[in-house]
Design a protein around this ligand. Structure first.
Ligand code: NAD
Length: 472
C-alpha cells in the first residue's frame, strides 16, 4: 500500500478553498488568480548576540494585493517556514474579505525561539528584521501593515513602528505602518483582547440561532456548555476568560504545551493565567487535575472545543477521537484538510478560522483608521453624548416628578469611549459576518458546512473585485 503524503498547511488551505470554488463553479482563471500567492520574500540577516554574530531567517508573504495595504501578523516561532507563512497569508486574504476589512492578505514569520533571548536582544533582532522589511518594500502604512501573532505582542509592534519612523520621519502616517501597538504609542484600546473577544462574539451569535444549534446537537443556553480550550496565550486567554466570567460557561479543560488541566466543575481561567505567569507551567495548579498528556486533552468529551494554539492540532490521527459537538477554530488552521473530512463525516460542526479569529484584523483595521485620522475614536462625541443623556434624565424627572434611579442615570449619562466603540464595532462585524455565512449556507443546498460557506462569501467578494477592476 502506498503511504499517503500529509498535506502541507498551504495545500490544506487551498483544498478547502477549492471545495468552495467547486460550489461556485468559478472561472478557473479567476480561481487561479485568487489562489496564487503574489510574492514571498525570505530574509537572512545577522545580529550580534553576546559578542557573536547569529544569522536569523524571516519571511514576509503577500498573498493578494487586490486591496492595499495588505495585512497580517508576524509570528516569532522556533518552527516556521515559507509554506506556513504563505498559508497564513492566504487565510488573511479570505479573512479580510469575510469581515469586510478593505485589505489584502499578508503574513510574516521569523524563525526564532524567543525564550532563548533577553529583552535587549529581542529588540535588536526585531528592529533589524523590521529594517529589512522596510527596505525591501514589505512594511509601510500604505502597502503592508503587520500585526502581532504567535510569539509577538505590542512590545514588538512598538519597536517595529519606531524603526519605520526613523527610516521615514517625513511620513506623517508612520504610526499606521503596524497595528497592535501599545495604547501610549498609537495603539487602540481593545486590540490585545480583540481576537479572543471576537471568538466569544461568534459563539454568542451562534447561540442566537436555534436552527444552527439544533443541527449541531447542542441544547440549552451558552452558560450550560462545557468547554475545552487549547492554548492560553493571547487569543485563548481572552476568549476563555470572557466565557468563564461573563457567560458563566464551564471551562472543563485547559490544554497547554506542557499538559492539560481538567475539572468537571469548571476551572477559573484567571487563576490559571496568574499561576502560569508565576510558575511558567500549568503543572501544580491546585484547583484542577493535571496530566502531562496534552494531546489527549483534545479528545475529552465536551460541548465546545476551542483550539487556540497553533495549526494542525486536529489531524488524520486524532480526528476520529474528537468528541466535541462544536469546534470553534480560534487558531489559524488547527484542523487539517484530512481531519476536516473525518469530522464532517462524524457530523461535528466547525466554525472556521477564517471567520472565527477575524476579530484581530477587524480591530487592527480600526487602529489603522485611527492612526490615519490622528484622533482617538469618541474624542469629539463623548462629552456631547453625555450632555444629551443628562438632558433626557432631566426631562424624565420633570415628567414623572421623581428623581431617576441611579442605574437609569448611569445608563443614560454614559458617552461611549474608545473601548466601547471598538467593542461595539467588533460585535457588529462578527454578527454581520455570521449572517452572511448563514445566508450563503441557507440559500445554496450544495453548501453543507460553515467552512465552505465562509469561503464562498469571501471568494464572491474577491472575484467581484477582480472582475470590477480587471487583472493587469
Ligand atoms: P500566543 O503565542 O500568545 O499563544 C499561543 C498559546 O498556545 C501559548 O499559551 C502556547 O503555550 C500554547 N501552545 C502552543 N503550542 C501548543 C500545543 N501544541 N499544545 C498546547 N498549547 C500550545 O499566540 P496567539 O497570538 O494567542 O495565537 C494563537 C493562534 O491564534 C495562532 O494560530 C495565531 O495565528 C492565531 N491568531 C492570533 C491572532 C492575534 O491577534 N494574536 C489573530 C488571529 C489569529
Amino acid at each position: 500500500m502506498t503511504e499517503r503524503k500529509t498535506l502541507s498547511f498551504r495545500e490544506s488551505v487551498n483544498f478547502m478553498v477549492d471545495r468552495a470554488m467547486a460550489v461556485l463553479n468559478i472561472d478557473p482563471c479567476i480561481a487561479n488568480a485568487i489562489k496564487s500567492c503574489d510574492s514571498t520574500i525570505k530574509i537572512n540577516f545577522p545580529v550580534e548576540i553576546n559578542g557573536k554574530l547569529e544569522v536569523f531567517t524571516g519571511w514576509r508573504s503577500v498573498h493578494s494585493n487586490h486591496r492595499l495595504p495588505v495585512k497580517g501578523g508576524i509570528r516569532f516561532a522556533p518552527i516556521v517556514d515559507e509554506d506556513e507563512v504563505e498559508a497564513l497569508a492566504a487565510l488573511m486574504t479570505y479573512k479580510c474579505a469575510i469581515v469586510d476589512v478593505p485589505f489584502g492578505g499578508s503574513k510574516g514569520g521569523l524563525l526564532i525561539d524567543p525564550s532563548r533571548y533577553n529583552r535587549d536582544d529581542m529588540q535588536k533582532i526585531t528592529r533589524r528584521f523590521a529594517r529589512e522589511l522596510v527596505r525591501k518594500g514589505y512594511l509601510s502604512p500604505a502597502t503592508n501593515v503587520p500585526a502581532p501573532d504567535m510569539g509577538t505582542g505590542e512590545r514588538e509592534m512598538a519597536w517595529i513602528a519606531d524603526t519605520y519612523k526613523h527610516l521615514h520621519p517625513e511620513d506623517i502616517n508612520y504610526l499606521a505602518c503596524v497595528t497592535g501597538k501599545p495604547v501610549a504609542h498609537g495603539g487602540i484600546r481593545g486590540r490585545t483582547e480583540a481576537t479572543g473577544r471576537g471568538v466569544v462574539y461568534v459563539i454568542r451569535e451562534f447561540f442566537r440561532h436555534p436552527d444552527d444549534l439544533r443541527r449541531t446537537g447542542l441544547s440549552g443556553d451558552l452558560s450550560s456548555q462545557k468547554i475545552v480550550i487549547q492554548g492560553l496565550g493571547n487569543v485563548g486567554y481572552h476568549a476563555a476568560k470572557l466565557l468563564d466570567e461573563e457567560d458563566q460557561c464551564k471551562i472543563i479543560a485547559i490544554i497547554q504545551r506542557d499538559g492539560v488541566l481538567t475539572n468537571d466543575n469548571g476551572i477559573c481561567v484567571e487563576d490559571v493565567r496568574q499561576y502560569m505567569n508565576e510558575h511558567k507551567t500549568i503543572k501544580g495548579f491546585p484547583d484542577a487535575k493535571y496530566s502531562e498528556n496534552a494531546a489527549a486533552g483534545l479528545e475529552i468529551e465536551c460541548d465546545i472545543l476551542i483550539p487556540a494554539a497553533m495549526e494542525a492540532q486536529i489531524h488524520v490521527n486524532n480526528a476520529c477521537n474528537i468528541k466535541a459537538k462544536l469546534i470553534v477554530e480560534a487558531a489559524n488552521g488547527p484542523v487539517t484538510f484530512e481531519a476536516d473530512d473525518i469530522l464532517r463525516k462524524k457530523q461535528i460542526t466547525i466554525l472556521p478560522d477564517a471567520y472565527v479569529n477575524a476579530g484581530g484584523v477587524t480591530v487592527s483595521y480600526f487602529e489603522w483608521v485611527r492612526n490615519l485620522s490622528h484622533i482617538r475614536f469618541g474624542r469629539m462625541e463623548r462629552r456631547h453624548d453625555e450632555l444629551h443623556g443628562e438632558r433626557i434624565v432631566k426631562a424624565l424627572e420633570t415628567m414623572t416628578g421623581n428623581p431617576a434611579d441611579d442605574w437609569i442615570k448611569k445608563e443614560l449619562i454614559h458617552g461611549a469611549d474608545e473601548l466601547d466603540l471598538v467593542r461595539s464595532g467588533l460585535d457588529d462585524t462578527m454578527r454581520n459576518s455570521f449572517l452572511q455565512m448563514k445566508e450563503a449556507m441557507d440559500s445554496n443546498n450544495k453548501i453543507k458546512d460553515y467552512r465552505t460557506a465562509v469561503y464562498v462569501v469571501a471568494i464572491n467578494k474577491i472575484s467581484r473585485s477582480y472582475l470590477d477592476i480587471g487583472v493587469y
